[in-house]
Design a protein around this ligand. Sequence first.
Ligand code: FE2
Length: 286
Amino acid sequence: MKSLGYAVLGCTDTGEWRSFAEDLLGLQVVGTGPGSLRLRMDEYLYRLQIEESDTRGVTTLGWETAGPAELDELARRVEEAGYTVERPGVEAARARNVTDLVRFKDPDGLTLELFYGLTNALTNFVSPTGNSFVASRLGLGHAFQLVSDPGAYWTLYRDVLGFRLSDHIEVGPGTDATFLHCNPRHHSFAFVPAVADDRHRAQGVGHLMLESVDVDGVGRALDALYASGGKETATLGKHTNDKMISFYLESPSGTGIEYGSGGIEIDDASWTPTRYQSAHYWGHKR
Ligand SMILES: [Fe+2]
């Protein structure tokens, strides 16, 4: 597995997403169609696809594989693990602008797509706010999911899809959040039981993290949020495990966006999974 390649989010109004993406996140709007919007943050054609839909929030995560051999191998393993894997064919791949993909539902019914060959854009990424993102080979960022059965996600992501453990954070008495990596980004996927504490209830992807190349990009996004009359859902703070300085805001899909900078990169040869008693050194007040 290479990276978190793309995410699809449902919303009631793509117009809201357009200004949210352009004015606050600094993402480039590309490829708009009827009731849909694509957002770009690096050399790839898009990283987020926004669709007008009755379902708000993240509906699909697209995981990038190393190519046809790994796609076949992972599809076989997912099937052996008891999931129904769909091979929707050329049309579906074209619709996502990838070479090939397979599709299945995770234990809570979120659609996961495994793919290779996300199309490169012909022009440079131009951020409307002048920001740049840590993406490319590290993927679009990370997804943090609230799940009904952590054991099922541990098995799927670690044993079947081949992610490696980064660390655990105690988020409540006897309750851990689990952080996994598939490339040098500290984590591309994390999950926590949906009932871990008062803040963690709704099942599904709670937030997507986007990483600015510097903390000034984070500060300017915060300024833009305040100037628009908006408010962060968690204040600026620093995470213990990936050392990221970030704040959180709510997207028009209802899904949180963690907007941060300074996340560490790790390598498997020297990395040792550890534990933390809190997710924050400071800040991230709700
Ligand atoms: Fe996060």
